[in-house]
Design a protein around this ligand. Structure first.
Ligand SMILES: NC(=O)c1ccc[n+]([C@@H]2O[C@H](COP(=O)([O-])OP(=O)(O)OC[C@H]3O[C@@H](n4cnc5c(N)ncnc54)[C@H](OP(=O)(O)O)[C@@H]3O)[C@@H](O)[C@H]2O)c1
Length: 358
């Protein structure tokens, strides 16, 4: 029922992840105290970048082991917290009963804290746009917060690849209902677009999926991102700012959802070509994506492209609620590429190498 207070205490699940790591950094920059929840505190490859933050040295940032598969794992951690950013993935998006159980025990920890006033739940634009039948995009092309995938489509099942978007909707609703019943806290959902931007730790290059695609582009081989759709992006730093804005906002209400994306959309082969345009110094050799789908799907690519071209992406609500200004995708691509090279040591396939190989 309350935004987080200045210099208050915020717990972040998934804190070693791409988005969670930026949330931790920005919360510290804004003066908050942060309890970073990771599965293994002593996994140096995943947590050293957190321990290198100045707030860790002073004690404003603390690291805590929490495997969300374990009931009660957040009980102690949440005691005394003002807010929770539940950013983490869960272990399995195909078992929706497991997803429900995970929500239930996190909610029990929030209720047990007796201190949390607001939870931001990280959902996804998948919970807005992931359709079994693409004609739904033609019928309802405006992508905004009140749009949901066609949940009545009988083909919409975890077995047919919709587990992720179904799980996200289960979580959105479970937290909103529990908050309403509690009356002591509120739950707001953030639905991020495709996160692009700098990694802070080498292990994050393998996560993503978007930075991992860019890693492939740099190295000269990458796959089309699923059955064709354009990237609909948000810079990971702006996504973190949206989450924090929702924790702080006086305007938001329990059960609301906010889409975090810049409204920039781009084809993946264009993103590959952008690397050379934005960083000519790299002499990068652009390649076309590999399409791993069967011929009958490949044959429909032009149709898919024309359908997605009709989509209208909106971000009016998050800009009003969180006051975030989104940076252009070009900046996110440039910073992602530079971080993949500098932080993760990713090699670049250059035009010179290609010439030598020919
Ligand atoms: N990246 C995107 O483009 C995008 C777009 C829309 C929505 N999202 C959502 O944003 C959130 C963060 O995404 P991300 O890209 O930052 O992912 P990420 O880099 O893979 O990080 C996710 C984190 O989740 C943690 N995690 C996974 N299973 C867990 C479990 N059973 N218990 C505790 N922690 C667990 C992992 O923790 P450890 O490292 O400690 O093992 C990992 O660091 C996710 O909820 C995702 O669905 C992401």
């Amino acid at each position: 029922m309350a935004p987080i207070p200045k210099r208050g205490v915020v717990a972040v699940t998934g804190a070693a992840g791409f988005l969670g790591g930026w949330m931790v950094r920005q919360l510290l920059d804004k003066g908050y105290r942060v309890r970073a929840c990771v599965r293994q505190v002593d996994d140096a490859a995943r947590t050293d970048f957190l321990k290198a933050m100045a707030g860790y040295v002073s004690g404003r940032l603390t690291l805590h082991a929490a495997d969300l598969d374990q009931e009660g794992c957040l009980d102690e951690i949440l005691r005394g917290c003002h807010g929770l950013a539940h950013v983490a993935h869960v272990s399995d998006y195909t078992d929706l009963d497991y997803v429900r159980r995970t929500c239930d025990h996190i909610i029990a920890s929030v209720n047990g804290s007796r201190s949390i006033g607001r939870v931001v739940v990280t959902s996804s634009v998948a919970a807005v746009i992931s359709e079994m039948d693409l004609q739904e995009v033609v019928r309802r092309p405006v992508f905004y917060e009140d749009r949901y995938p066609d949940e009545m489509n009988p083909k919409r099942t975890a077995e047919r690849g919709q587990g992720y978007s179904m799980a996200k909707l289960i979580a959105e609703r479970a937290f909103a209902t529990a908050a309403e019943e509690s009356g002591a806290w509120d739950a707001v959902t953030c639905c991020p677009g495709d996160n692009v931007g700098p990694i802070q730790s080498g292990h994050q290059k393998n996560m993503g999926p978007w930075q991992h695609h860019i890693e492939g582009m740099l190295k000269g081989r990458y796959e089309q991102n699923g059955v064709y759709r354009p990237w609909m992006t948000v810079d990971v730093r702006d996504d973190a700012a949206c989450h924090i804005g929702l924790l702080e906002s006086l305007a938001v209400k329990n059960g609301e959802r906010y889409i975090a994306w810049s409204t920039d959309a781009r084809n993946c082969e264009d993103i590959c070509r952008d690397i050379g345009r934005l960083l000519p110094e790299l002499n990068h050799q652009a390649t076309d994506p590999v399409d791993p789908f069967p011929d009958r799907i490949k044959a429909r690519e032009a149709e898919f492209r024309s359908i997605w071209a009709q989509a209208e992406l909106r971000n009016d609500r998050i800009r009003a609620a969180a006051g975030v200004t989104f940076r252009p995708l070009d900046d996110s691509i440039r910073d992602c590429v530079e971080s993949l090279i500098a932080v993760a040591g990713v090699g670049v396939k250059t035009a010179t190498q290609m010439g030598a190989a020919a």
